[in-house]
Design a protein around this ligand. Structure first.
Ligand code: CDP
Ligand code: CDP
Length: 226
């Protein structure tokens, strides 16, 4: 089906991936899939069951039965685990601080990677994460590697959180840098720019500018695919 392509958007924490991916999907009439939400949902479930990130056998059992559902909602996407709505719960500091440890587990990555490939089978998805262009969808027609300086990403998060959790900017910056370090240094499917990905530094760009750039690139790819 050359009417639709798959778009992979990868990059470090707070680069704007989910915001931009959702808007790009909206403009193209595509389905947005937030793979970070899937890793967060697993982390939340494991925490509830008191399973630690290094307990591979327990994690294996969890991954065997877990059902994760993503539903398009008004402001983004609603997330369900075994019919429990976890949309807000997976954004807690507890989950954010632990997620990269669970995301390093081979069994977790294998099961979620399989789910993600299935979701993209019929094309027309915009999927954001860390390893989508490099690992999950190596044949995605358009791959974007979205970046921004750590300072810029931390200030965006700070603005986003203000009023909810009061975390000092310096602490957010340190936590983001640590998560990037863990994500980029893990053995299985680390955060890496695929050789055929287009790098986009969003530091000085507005959300609309980033979205317009990606939509333009996808129209070019679509024309090529015909
Ligand atoms: O939105 P934010 O950048 O804070 O993170 P996220 O996209 O929700 O992803 C949370 C964590 O999940 C990341 O820090 C990675 O550890 C992991 N992740 C991953 O390993 N592979 C993906 N494709 C997506 C997320
Ligand atoms: O998904 P990821 O962690 O890459 O980032 P995000 O959650 O989409 O974006 C983090 C924050 O940066 C959000 O509050 C966005 O509104 C903001 N943002 C921005 O200020 N300028 C951009 N060009 C992109 C995102």
């Amino acid at each position: 089906d050359s009417d639709r392509i798959n778009i992979a958007i990868d990059g470090p924490a707070g680069a704007g991936k989910s915001t931009v991916a959702r808007l790009v999907a909206g403009q193209l009439g595509y389905v947005y899939i937030d793979t970070g939400a899937m890793y967060r949902a697993v982390t939340y479930s494991a925490q509830r069951l008191a399973i630690a990130a290094n307990e591979q056998e327990q994690l294996g059992k969890l991954m065997k039965d877990i059902r994760i559902r993503l539903e398009p909602g008004e402001s983004g996407q609603s997330v369900f685990v075994d019919d429990e709505e976890v949309t807000d719960k997976i954004r807690s500091l507890d989950v954010t601080r632990q997620v990269s440890h669970f995301a390093a587990s081979g069994i977790v990555r294998e099961v979620l990677g399989r789910m993600q490939r299935e979701l993209a089978e019929r094309k027309g998805v915009v999927m954001d994460g860390r390893d989508i262009g490099s690992h999950v969808l190596p044949n995605a027609e358009l791959k974007i590697f979205l970046t921004a300086s750590v300072r810029e990403r931390a200030s965006r998060r700070h603005r986003e959180l203000s009023g909810v959790d009061v975390v000092p900017l310096e602490q957010l910056e340190a936590e983001i840098a640590e998560r990037d370090r863990l994500d980029a240094s893990r053995e299985i499917a680390p955060l890496i720019q695929a050789s055929d990905a287009i790098e986009l530094d969003s530091s000085g760009m507005t959300i609309d500018e980033v979205v317009a750039t990606i939509v333009r690139l996808s129209r070019t790819k679509l024309a090529e695919a015909k």
